[in-house]
Write a new protein. Structure first.
Lengths: 371, 171
């Protein structure tokens, strides 16, 4: 009786061994088949540029979607108000079409004046100076029994008649520069309004090299991966400033890491370029975050304009100047970089908006004034 | 802000770390899954970019490899891959990718196992490659491919048989 069982056991053991042998052979053959494959040169550097770039695109797409949803919902709200609101006594149905046109055509001054003035459309046009997001909130200005759900932002943007800030309407711009943090230098620019006006971001920055020529330094919206110490500021907001009001923005100077070529020059200041990311060739704005092992040696502070170069001998000085209207520069600061750099920039905000959220560590790092 | 800084650093360091640990093996995985070897680097690059640009996916470093494998398999399979071939995701050809890598690709093209793999069903190929190249268990393969363990077994045994027949035909 036991003989067949023994046979079965031996057979299944044999099959098992056979299967294991096939498995082992297959594993070996698969490994052999692809043994020679190696990543192509520059694969990591490409990723180091492409990942933050893709992340920025995702953020931009999300922001655009949010803005679209807001504009559309605002348009629908306005249309409803235009139809059923208390003002509609003498406007009748023409009101609705006009409001919708305003909301969707946005601030581009679109519409080319077709359709002569319908009285109720005027206040909307006044309110839409800055951006297409403005109309709904400015419409609640004045006599409307506005709903309580309006965000606080709409209060600041209710400046119907204010003009955009010019260099002449702003005064006393100060800037402070942080010590380099992982190679990234943060600049905080604070200004005060002389007269009432509105500020809409992004702040106007111009980068010039030592000779005064415009430098090819890409300016990006703030990105927490590339410049993690920048505050989180909502984009696209319009600040309404009264005389004496302060405004602020920040930007980060992110030097690109230099390509490391076969004969490694182990200078102390190149410690941060452990990953050999490519320079700002494609303008992707490499976030020069040091690798895990290179976080202990922050480089020295940026040298002032025209002074000594880095040990590599290629350090260049750049000047970043700020102008609210693209004409007169109100403030400038100097930075250095060996192999190009990128700037990450926040939108305008008012100091009181951000104050509680700022940890002491960040402000402490920005102790000394650049100018 | 401090949290942001941390996550920023972690993301960047994780990219380098993941690259060093897994890029080559994922490249080989793609080479075994794809019909056109030339596009395997594009597929792996795209997988790295997708996984690392989504913060939620890199929050748990232990799962990054699983996400990467999944993305490589999906990209290798999907019609998007065909677009990738045309688009060549890498913006510029990498400068010195000449001799050594091309030689490896050529050798790969001539390999009997690779030739045989291309002749079997896609599912069978995926199961065999994940089981025997990536050393995944049947349960892991089932989860990655979204099929049952029984199906993994069936695809595996049929795949081995099909592979054996084709490899004998090459001799």
């Amino acid at each position: 009786v036991s003989a067949p069982h023994q046979d079965d056991g031996a057979q299944s053991r044999g099959e098992n061994e056979n299967t294991q042998e096939i498995d082992a052979q297959l594993r070996e053959r698969f490994q052999q088949a692809v043994a020679g494959l190696e990543p192509r040169t520059g694969a990591l550097e490409h990723l180091q540029h492409a990942v933050p770039a893709r992340r920025r695109r995702r953020h931009a797409a999300l922001a655009a979607t949010a803005a679209t949803v807001f504009v559309v919902s605002a348009g629908v709200t306005l249309a409803a108000r235009g139809t059923f609101g208390p003002r509609g006594s003498n406007d009748g149905g023409s009101n609705v079409g006009n409001l919708m046109t305003t909301a969707t055509a946005g601030a581009a001054g679109g519409g080319a004046g077709h359709g002569p003035d319908v009285s109720s459309g005027q206040d909307m046009n006044d309110g839409s100076q800055g951006s297409s997001v403005q109309p709904p909130s400015s419409a609640s200005d004045g006599s409307k029994p506005s709903s309580a759900s309006n965000p606080p932002q709409s209060v600041t943007s209710a400046s119907v008649a204010l003009a955009a800030c010019q260099a002449t309407s702003l005064a006393a711009v100060n800037s402070t520069q942080s010590a380099p943090n992982h190679g990234v230098v943060y600049e905080t620019v604070t200004g005060t309004a002389k007269s009432a006006c509105t500020l809409t971001g992004p702040p106007g920055l111009t980068v010039t090299d030592a000779s005064g020529a415009k430098a090819a330094v890409a300016i990006h919206q703030s990105d927490s991966a590339a410049a993690p110490l920048l505050p989180s500021v909502p984009a696209g907001r319009t600040l309404s400033l009264q005389p004496g009001d302060q405004y602020e923005f920040e930007f980060a100077w992110v030097p690109a890491s230099c390509p490391v070529k076969p004969p490694p020059t182990s200078t102390p200041s190149s410690a941060q370029s452990s990953q050999a990311a490519g320079p700002a060739g494609d303008g992707a704005g490499s976030p020069d975050q040091p690798g895990a092992g290179a976080t202990t040696a922050p480089p020295g502070p940026p040298t002032p304009s025209g002074s000594a170069t880095a040990p590599g001998g290629t350090s260049a000085t750049y000047s970043v100047s700020y102008s609210p209207d693209g004409t007169h520069s109100l403030q400038s600061a100097d930075f250095t970089a060996d192999c190009g750099a990128a700037i990450y920039l926040t939108d305008y905000f008012q100091p009181q908006d951000q104050a509680p959220a700022q940890p002491g560590a960040r402000t402490a790092q920005r102790a000394h004034a650049a100018h | 802000v401090a949290a942001d800084r941390e996550s920023g650093d972690v993301t960047v360091d994780l990219l380098t770390e993941t690259y060093r640990s897994h890029y080559t093996s994922l490249l080989k995985l793609a080479a075994l899954l794809l019909d056109d070897i030339a596009s395997c680097e594009d597929v792996v690059q795209e997988a790295f970019i997708r996984v690392h640009s989504a913060r939620s996916r890199v929050r748990d470093p232990d799962k990054v490899l699983a996400y990467l494998r999944q993305t490589v398999v999906n990209l290798a399979r999907s019609t998007l891959r065909r677009r990738l071939i045309g688009m060549r995701l890498a913006p510029k050809p990498m400068p010195d990718m000449a001799s050594a890598e091309e030689g490896a690709y050529e050798r790969l093209e001539k390999d009997a196992l690779i030739q045989a793999l291309r002749g079997i069903q896609r599912r069978q190929r995926e199961v065999l490659v994940l089981r025997y190249f990536s050393d995944m268990t049947e349960a892991q393969v089932a989860e990655l491919l979204g099929i049952s363990i029984g199906s993994v077994k069936a695809y595996g045994s049929r795949g081995i048989e099909a592979l054996r027949v084709r490899m004998e035909a090459f001799r």
